[in-house]
Design a protein around this ligand. Structure first.
Ligand code: ATP
Ligand code: ZN
Length: 299
């Protein structure tokens, strides 16, 4: 197919976002063949190709229309947005979807011995970070004067090296902080991966595929926690049982052949079904309870 008719999507080449990004695309039905140089991936069953790059390059690749789409952390995107603004330029990438991976937060963390009693404790301190623009905005809005020490990595060891008093860094579980004797004090940004698109208008074929991809992404995100549940129940217990089914809208109720007092209930639950729920259903008179994973859903 004509190159102009194929979507180009930027994905992190190797890092925390790589596997979940490829996993999402695979769930959306994409079959990928990797190029020899491993820099590109080619969609075999969709007009969509992947460019593997450093995550920091993704906002610009999309903004400059080298790629039509990109999967990147909100943290990277926001930092770039503020950096452009500081230079009097405007970010032009558009966020299409918030995604359910790459969760982390940009937080201030202080050495274990240091006391922290709110933002006032930051006054006059040296703060090491790889996110100077977001930290600058935070300090400005909080009306705090502090010194920002911009590093390109290994932020968490800066206090021990005497280069800073505290840090502003990405945290997910907190184990890296703990290993470096730091304590999370305050969150500046809650982050997750996002799908972004170019500001430039797309050819109709490409546009159509973006819409299809979005619909599939929504389907994938919806089914993640969803379960299909089937059970037998006394007709009289229906109201109670419906209340017990987590996040289900209108279950299908089928009469049970030969027993007028009992029915079969089929329902899609949009939340996970836990053992506790099954136990409550059983108490309410349900039998033959079966819970199945949902693979695909299209509303
Ligand atoms: P690259 O070589 O592509 O520049 P990197 O070292 O900047 O890689 P990773 O550490 O792989 O990037 O993180 C990529 C993204 O994953 C982050 O920008 C963030 O959105 C997300 N992320 C999730 N949890 C964490 C975490 N605990 N620490 C850092 N990033 C995290
Ligand atoms: Zn990076």
């Amino acid at each position: 197919m004509d190159k102009e008719q194929r979507l180009k999507l930027a994905v992190q080449k190797s890092g925390r976002l790589t596997d979940p990004s490829l996993d999402l695309l695979q769930r959306c039905g994409l079959k990928l063949s990797r190029g020899k140089d491993q820099l590109m991936g080619f969609g075999e069953n969709m007009p969509l190709d992947i460019l593997f790059v450093r995550d920091d390059d993704i906002p610009d690749l999309v903004q400059e229309d080298v790629c039509d789409l990109g999967l990147v952390g909100l943290n990277v995107l926001e930092e770039r947005r503020l950096e452009l603004a500081a230079r009097g330029a405007q970010a032009r990438f558009e966020v299409l979807r918030k995604l359910d991976f790459g969760r982390c937060r940009l937080s201030l963390a202080v050495p274990e011995g240091m006391s922290f009693e709110g933002v006032g404790s930051l006054r006059g301190k040296r703060i090491a970070t790889t996110y100077p623009f977001m930290l600058e905005r935070f300090l400005r809005e909080a009306d705090i004067k502090a010194e920002i020490v911009t590093l390109s990595g290994a932020v968490e060891i800066a206090p021990r090296l005497g280069r800073a008093d505290l840090v502003c860094d990405l945290v997910s579980t907190g184990s890296t902080l703990q290993a470096n004797h730091l304590r999370e004090a305050l969150t500046i940004l809650e982050s997750h991966a996002v799908l972004i698109r170019t500001p430039v208008a797309l050819a109709p074929v490409k546009s159509e595929w973006v819409e299809r991809l979005l619909m599939r992404i929504d389907g994938v995100e919806q089914v993640k926690e969803s379960k299909y549940i089937m059970l037998h129940a006394p007709r009289a217990a229906l109201p109670q049982i419906r209340k017990l089914l987590p996040g289900s809208e209108s279950p299908t109720i089928i009469p049970l052949e030969g027993s007028p007092e009992r029915v079969v209930i089929h329902a899609v639950c949009r939340e996970n079904v836990f053992w506790e729920t099954l136990e409550s259903l059983k108490k309410a008179g349900a039998t033959a309870i079966l819970v199945l994973p949902v693979e695909k859903m299209l509303a």
